[in-house]
Write a protein that binds this ligand. Structure first.
Ligand SMILES: [Zn+2]
Length: 190
């Protein structure tokens, strides 16, 4: 499996967690042999997780998260939501994710996530969805194609400032991704 390279903290969790523990609080890293969706299945019916699960890597999302702890748009949120969706357990997490918005915008959000990478998480999601007879609308694949095209363009023009300005002015990010990342505000002041 390919993760986020040598800087990915998951490679040294086992050593880092004891350093963050205090006299009264201990962090545990467990079930490293389980896949992402297997881990989600293990907590899907656990009430504290349904109230407090926090996976988001883009907390400043421009206010589109409808007051949820998790923005429900970034890669980590979409990955986690897709796993619960494939398990048929997404509704259990409506306190921490914008489940209603996700379902209403399923084709675009799932398509965006599937089109952003073709990695182990995406393949695992598709396997679980097929196994659990979870329906994936045809529109998902249309949005997946759009996302792939968007990513290809991003590689070429992503660092060209005036193109980014045009993109934000036309709100193309909202059209394609359904939200504006806090990154845009921080770096480009939009
Ligand atoms: Zn997020």
């Amino acid at each position: 499996m390919s993760y986020g390279g040598s800087l990915d903290g998951s490679f040294f969790d086992l050593f880092a967690l004891p350093c963050m523990s205090t006299q009264n609080l201990t962090f545990y890293s467990c079930d490293s042999g389980k896949t992402r969706v297997e881990k989600e299945a293990a907590i899907a019916d656990f009430e504290p997780a349904q109230k407090y699960l926090s996976v988001c890597s883009d907390e400043q999302d421009g206010g589109d998260n409808h007051g949820m702890n998790n923005c429900s748009h970034c890669e980590k949120c979409l990955r986690t939501m897709a796993g619960f969706y494939a398990l048929g357990k997404l509704d259990n997490f409506s306190k921490v994710f914008d489940v209603q918005g996700y379902k209403k915008d399923l084709s675009r959000r799932l398509g965006w996530w599937l089109g952003s990478k073709n990695g182990a998480f995406q393949r695992e999601f598709l396997d679980y969805a097929a196994q659990n007879n979870v329906h994936i609308p045809a529109g998902v694949y249309v949005w997946k194609g759009i996302a792939k095209f968007w990513k290809a363009m991003y590689k070429v023009f992503g660092n060209v400032r005036f193109i980014r300005k045009i993109l934000y002015a036309l709100k193309l990010d909202y059209l394609i991704k359904g939200y504006r990342s806090g990154y845009a505000h921080k770096k480009y002041g939009v």
